[in-house]
Write a protein that binds this ligand. Structure first.
Ligand code: SAH
Length: 465
């Protein structure tokens, strides 16, 4: 992947100062996904070109990332090493960071002077064709040239590809040009190589300052930049128009499912959290996993207690993780708090190195969401591989369901439950696990205990030496 930036300003050698990269040297930078090299293919008083060559290592990137990503071939065979994508944006920010933010210690006046600049992106994947390239760059004052590449030159009958070589030219500040490229390159590509969290919104607003609010394509840029996350998109548009902080304490109006409305009456949810928390405190854990953390209710309580120094929440659902991230305000926590907690995406069906070396794990109302034939995989992941000293696990007690008048007989408490167990069924399962993996297990009722049918939730606390 190659990006070339040229100027015909006189003297053209100012480009070296502005980019903070010496024209006589080839410099290389290690990035998390490969290497970036900067060199000058053309240096004269009339014209200087600087090249940013990106060497993306798609295999290195996924090595050691756990096994939840199922389409392995896609890691080896993809266009990422060859095209301009969010990788290029990250490289621009890291390698030309000072230039992008308009800093130049010794030559202050230079960064404030528009100069004739040309940027050439060798291969830009464009979902939306040539017209989109024009609609994005022309309102910003660039002359645009785009050449579409055929799928294969040897087989013209296969038609065109969605890849273009694009040149944009205009008299601009270098910081403006780099910022426009930084924001717009992933917009054409419409993919991002990382999990789009709330900080992406802040990044977009910061980098879009002064031009995005008046850009005729601002909706499309914002939607694509934020990868169609509609809540972030709406917030971004609101802030672009009003240019003021909006109150983000507002939560999504969550319709109460039968599970929540049933449980609200007895506030079982809170009793369960309180009991799990007490068990985690009681075992003296300092590092805790919340496996199947959902939208982060337990995480919030863990974070509020300084006993817990290292907290990791894992879930298979990206949407739940995004909600947890927002509700816990993870992007705005003071640094020392933020260091204590991490959200990770993963599945309890696969052995995962990131789960090793924790004092305790909570698995709250999760197992009943797993298909019974896959419980043995879960058992090995938690009790054989992660192997924390304490595991606190809860699940509904199906015997108690008769106590809920609104729950038709024979139905589960939640549409996604694959099973609900009686006390005997749960205790048989848990005891066999404890025996097999060298744990002791203690059973604790959670919620009001009925003489006949027991408590609504059942909890097992597993411990090993
Ligand atoms: N522990 C939370 C959420 C319980 S709901 C609470 O008490 O509020 C069950 C959660 O398990 C959901 O968030 C779901 O996404 C998650 N889950 C289901 N299957 C999973 C799997 N294989 N790996 C990890 N999480 C899973």
């Amino acid at each position: 992947m190659l990006l070339t930036i040229s100027t015909t300003h006189e003297p053209a050698t100012v480009l070296g100062y502005l980019l903070h990269k010496h024209p006589d040297r080839c410099q290389s930078f290690d990035l998390s996904f490969g290497q970036a090299h900067v060199f000058y293919p053309e240096v004269s008083d009339q014209r200087v070109s600087a090249a940013l060559l990106l060497d993306v290592d798609p295999v290195g990137m996924v090595r050691g990332k756990g096994r939840e990503q199922s389409f392995l071939l896609g890691h080896y065979v993809n266009d990422r090493p060859y095209v301009a994508s969010s990788f290029l944006s990250v490289a621009i920010a890291q390698v030309f960071g000072s230039a992008m933010s308009g800093r130049c210690k010794d030559r202050e006046e230079l960064v404030k002077t528009p100069i004739p600049l040309t940027a050439r992106i060798e291969v830009l994947p464009v979902r939306g064709g040539e017209a989109l390239i024009q609609r994005m760059f022309e309102p910003l004052g660039y002359a645009v040239e785009a050449t579409r590449h055929p799928l294969d030159e040897q087989f013209p009958e296969w038609g065109d590809s969605s890849y273009f070589t694009v040149t944009i030219a205009g008299t601009k500040l270098l910081s403006e040009l780099l910022t426009h490229l930084y924001v717009l390159i992933p917009v054409f590509d419409n993919q991002k190589h990382y999990f789009v969290g709330d900080d992406e919104l802040e990044k977009l607003l910061e980098k879009g300052a002064g031009w995005l609010a008046t850009h005729p394509e601002k909706e499309q840029i914002t939607r694509r930049y934020l990868r169609h996350r509609s809540n972030l998109y709406r917030e971004a548009l609101a802030r672009l128009v009003e240019d003021k902080e909006i109150d983000d304490t507002e939560e999504e109006p969550a319709a109460l499912g039968p599970e929540e409305s049933l449980e609200q009456a007895v506030s079982l949810n809170e009793q369960r959290l309180g009991t799990v928390l007490a068990a985690l405190r009681g075992c003296g854990a300092r590092s805790v996993l919340d496996l199947g953390c959902g939208e982060g209710k337990l995480l919030r309580n863990l974070l509020a207690d300084r006993q817990f120094e290292r907290i990791v929440g894992l879930d298979v659902s990206i949407r739940s993780l995004e909600i947890a991230q927002r509700r816990l305000n993870l992007d705005r926590l003071p640094e020392r708090q933020a260091e204590r907690i991490k959200l990770i995406h993963g599945s309890l069906m696969y052995r995962d190195q990131r789960l090793a070396n924790f004092d305790a794990a909570a698995v709250v109302e999760v197992i009943e969401h797993l298909d019974p034939p896959r419980l043995s995989a879960f058992e090995r992941v938690v009790f054989e591989f992660a192997r924390p000293k304490t595991v606190v696990l809860t699940t509904p007690n199906s015997e108690y369901n008769v106590k809920w008048e609104t729950l038709p007989a024979g139905q589960f408490r939640h549409a996604d439950h694959r099973f609900e167990w009686t006390r005997q069924e749960f205790q048989d399962w848990a005891s066999q696990i404890a025996d097999h993996h060298g744990y002791r297990v203690l059973f604790v009722p959670v919620g009001p205990v009925d003489e006949l049918v027991g408590s609504p939730t059942q909890m097992g606390v597993f411990e090993r030496d």
